[in-house]
Every structure is written in C-alpha cells, then in structure tokens.
Design a protein around this ligand. Structure first.
Ligand code: GLN
Length: 288
C-alpha cells in the first residue's frame, strides 16, 4: 500500500519522529503474544491516554460524570470548537479534546496528586513501573496549546470547567505525553478485553459494566470524524493518537496495538488502520 500520510507537526517534537517506524503487537487471551517490527519501542501515546483518563474518572464519579460529558460521536475533528458553542459547553464525548479536558478537570478535582495517580494507574495495569512521560514532548505541546486553551475557556464560560485553565491544560498535556510501546499498550488494554481483569494476576480493575461502556465509547467515538470508517473497515473498539498509535480490543479474545507515525487527514495512523483492517479481514476476527 502506498502511504500518503504525514507525521503530526503541530506539536513540533512529534514531527521529528522517523516516519518509517512500524510496530504491531497482538496479545491473545488464550494464545499469547505475536509481534512485528518496532513493537517494543516506546512512542507518544497522545490521545490513547484518553481511555485511561476516562477509566479513572468513571471509577471516581460513576454516572454523574455523564452530566458533564456526553457519549455521542461528534463527526467533527478532534480539536473542533464548533459544537461546544451551540451545545452549551457539554462535549459530545470523552475522546475528543473538549471531552478529555473535562475529564482532566474531574481528575484534578477528585485526586490529591492527579499526575502521580494517572501514571500509577497505567503502570499498574501494564505491570511496568518504568512507564513515564517524555518531558520534551510535554514542553513542545505546552508552547502550542492555544486551541486546547480556547476549548477550556469556552467550556469554563458555560460553567463546565471548575479548576483554573492553566492547571487543567498542564494535566491534559501531561497525560498525552506518556510514552509506551505497542507491547505495553496491548498489556494495558487487556482490562478492556478481559472483562475488567488484568490477565496476569486476574485482579479485577474495573467492573464489567464499565468495561462495556468504555468499549462502546471506543467503538463509536474512538476515531473522531472517522469512527464510522474505522468501524466499517476494522470492526473493533479502539482509540488512536496523533503519535501514530492505535490500540484496539476484541472483547473476550485479544488486544492489538499498531504504531506507524504518518497520519491520514483525519489524524489517524494511515498504515495502522490498514494493518488492522488486514488483520481482522484475513482472520475473520472482528466483533461483527
Ligand atoms: N495532545 C494532542 C492534542 O491535544 C492529542 C490529540 C490526539 O492525539 N488526537 O492536540
């Protein structure tokens, strides 16, 4: 396949990544690990972090969370401002930037040390205490965060942001700057494929009801204005990030993560989507 995508450049540090990188990691509940290419190299998970943040916020607030963020696909780009104005500051879903910023606000209100808590949660579900953020990517996004600041200001004017804008922006950019490999993401996402339990120790991290809901939101909203296309071509719940990663799950069967930095015009990894389409088509293992 001819790749015409481009590496994200609006966060300058991400533009430096080698576009030829490609990694894939499949983790099956019953039959172990299968991997390809740069599957153990860490990359910037960016918006894939929104799944972990939503998970923490749902655990802390329960259904009250959904008074502040909806669960409908947006059909708009990930950083769009337009719907927020006529929908009175309530974001369409937790996976567009506006929704993730509300989730950041919730975590800041609910937790004493939100950054440590967030990182600890990822380390715990991945069984790897070395997972960390990339400070250079963090600093780089901080300098160019005017659009996220605009989203926060608009939502604050409607009363849907409780903390100060700088604090929320700082936490949001921090969560996006986490680095993980395909292998690590496939392990972390196992809780969504395995009924809320870690595969390794069988510890229950999330209730099956919450897993069902998070997977539903990934299915309908995980790829912004390309969620329908991803569902149509790949047929799995999943989440993308502008670092070129995509993590997806087949409940009861497997998790799969792919990393290829060039993005299509909708901000999703072009080769990543293609690889996942081939995987589910050739194996017949999509959820449909
Ligand atoms: N940090 C990025 C941003 O806020 C995340 C976007 C993404 O991965 N789609 O713009």
């Amino acid at each position: 396949m001819q790749c015409t995508g481009e590496v994200a450049s609006y966060i300058p540090e991400l533009a430096k990544i080698n576009p030829e990188k490609f990694g894939m990691h499949l983790h099956c509940i019953n039959s172990g690990h299968y991997s390809f290419g740069d599957n153990e190299e860490r990359f910037s998970i960016q918006s894939i972090s929104k799944v972990f943040a939503l998970t923490r916020a749902m655990t802390l607030l329960g259904d009250d969370l959904f008074n502040r963020v909806d669960v409908e696909p947006s059909g708009d780009p990930f950083n769009s401002l337009v719907q927020l104005e006529y929908e009175h500051g309530i974001p369409r879903n937790p996976f567009i930037n506006a929704g993730a910023l509300v989730i950041s606000d919730v975590l800041i209100s609910e937790l004493d040390t939100p950054k440590e808590d967030f990182l600890n949660f990822i380390q715990k579900i991945t069984n790897n205490p070395s997972i960390a953020i990339n400070q250079t990517v963090f600093d780089s996004e901080k300098k160019y965060s005017h659009r996220n600041a605009a989203l926060l200001n608009l939502m604050k004017s409607f009363g849907n942001i409780k903390n100060d804008i700088e604090t929320v922006l700082d936490f949001y950019i921090y969560q996006c700057a986490v680095e993980m490999s395909c292998k690590e993401l496939s392990t972390a996402f196992m809780i969504y494929a395995n009924g809320g339990k870690k595969l390794i120790e069988n510890t229950q991290i999330l209730t099956p009801k919450k897993v069902k809901r998070i997977n539903a939101i990934m299915q309908t909203c995980g790829f912004y204005d390309e969620a329908g296309e991803f569902s149509f071509r790949v047929g799995l719940p999943g989440k993308s990030g502008v670092g070129g990663g995509i993590a997806a799950v087949h409940p009861g069967q497997y998790t799969v993560t792919v990393w290829s930095p060039p993005l299509n015009p909708k901000g999703n990894s072009e080769l990543g989507m293609y690889a996942l389409e081939r995987l589910t088509t050739l194996t017949g293992l999509s959820i449909f």
